[in-house]
Design a protein around this ligand. Structure first.
Ligand code: T4K
Length: 369
């Protein structure tokens, strides 16, 4: 077996260093390093124009953006959410003193099952925090119908969904939509995030929460935090945004190559997108059924032995993680679909400059050629 350089599940894209240098010179000259400077303002406006979904509040991470959205909407009590997500989704609920109530996902997908949401509503429920998992939009129409019927707020964790286009625009749904711009994301500011929200009052609150609740030199309006994106990260974001469509086209090519090389593999299901969605192709999860040639973990370890570091996103389920598994209020229901998916999923390496040769190799290992 030839020695192979490690292939990770994600690999950050970066702007050319020579494109960043003039921006760094501007920052060095001005010595404005943070606190909503020139690049921060520029990026916020550009993202607003790009998303066409309402005002944007940039933040220092997706996690803090989730916490701020929950705070700004004054959510207390129980929040219904998915067990099939990254830890940040549930932790944000816990950090604002609410109880995450996990319910099952759809039988044929990765997103919350609206019927399970409705069944879990109690007199303590105040919000639904749904994830557009792997960039596939949730059933936003049905979730909104349930929320309206029961007087609940809706927050979408769109950490995987920046650049996803749909008609109507999925980012316009819910009370707040939250993005992550972490290094592993297709659009990245190294660390960073954002909240998109349509209510002027909530946006004012988000702006305050981001900066310690400070209004001016003599007024502190609320107990805010420090969630400001610094100028270097914002300048990188400006360059990354300009390259996003090109990077997304490369991701599409990687996605299509996987689809071609994995077509017809017994017991293996790949991700497909619903009609009317223009994906960002950020993740390539495969699901292994009983007809696949080996168990999920066997394949995961075989790939790793060959220096290919796929990930079992998202296993363990959040409902089984230490902060939540012993809290009956968090797990009142069985979650058979989430359980099956968490036991059988592998996310394959996915980044714009993943070579076709590497894709063929990865698929050969999966097929055991
Ligand atoms: N909601 C959802 C649904 C999310 O998926 C996430 C984050 C959030 C909220 C929270 O957003 P942030 O607060 O992070 O903005 C990674 C990312 O760190 C995390 O942002 C992401 N979701 C999650 C799905 O994936 P890990 O623990 O798997 O990361 P890590 O460090 O193992 O990175 C994966 C691979 O990427 C590494 O094996 C190597 C490569 N890598 C990573 C970094 C950080 C690089 O090549 N360079 C790098 O700088 O969570």
């Amino acid at each position: 077996m030839k020695a192979r350089k490690p292939i990770y599940v994600a690999r950050p894209t970066l702007p050319p260093l020579e494109a960043l240098l003039p921006h760094l010179e501007t920052i060095w000259d001005s010595r404005i390093l943070t606190n909503m400077g020139e690049f921060h303002q520029q990026l916020e406006q550009q993202i607003e124009a790009y998303l066409d979904a309402g005002p944007v509040t940039l933040t220092s991470s997706g996690t803090v953006a989730l916490v701020m959205a929950l705070k700004a909407l004054e959510i207390t009590g129980e929040v219904i959410t998915t067990p099939f997500s990254f830890a940040a989704t549930a932790h944000a609920i816990d950090w604002v003193g609410c109880t995450p109530v996990f319910v099952d996902i759809e039988a044929n997908g990765f997103n919350l099952n609206p019927a399970c949401i409705e069944r879990a509503i109690t007199d303590k429920t105040r919000a639904i925090l749904a994830v557009h998992c792997f960039g596939v939009p949730c059933n936003t129409v049905e979730i909104q119908r349930i929320a309206d019927k029961h007087g609940l707020k809706v927050i979408y964790d769109a950490a995987h969904a920046f650049g996803v286009r749909s008609s109507p625009n999925v980012i316009r749904h819910g009370d707040c939509t939250v993005f992550s711009f972490h290094a592993t994301k297709l659009f990245s500011t190294i660390e960073g995030g954002a909240v998109v929200c349509h209510s002027a009052a909530t946006n004012d609150c988000l702006a305050l929460l981001r900066n310690f609740g400070i209004v001016d030199e003599s007024t502190i309006a609320c107990a805010g935090t420090n969630a400001k994106l610094n100028e270097i990260c914002a300048a990188i974001g400006v360059l990354q945004l300009a390259a996003l469509d090109q990077n997304m086209a490369r991701m599409k090519a990687v996605h299509m190559a996987y689809q071609t090389h994995l077509k017809g593999v017994p017991g293996l299901t790949t991700l497909t997108y619903p009609e009317g969605v223009e994906p960002n192709y950020s993740y390539f999860p495969i699901l292994l059924g009983p007809d696949f040639r080996c168990a999920r973990d066997t394949l995961h370890h075989e790939l790793k032995r060959q220096n290919i570091h796929s990930r079992r996103y998202f296993s363990p389920l959040l409902s089984e993680a230490s902060p939540y598994c012993d809290r009956p209020a968090c797990t009142p229901f069985g979650m058979p679909n989430a359980r099956r998916v968490a036991d059988n999923v592998i996310c394959l390496p996915m980044y714009p400059d993943l070579s076709m040769e590497d894709i063929v190799d990865i698929c050969s290992i999966i097929k055991d050629n």
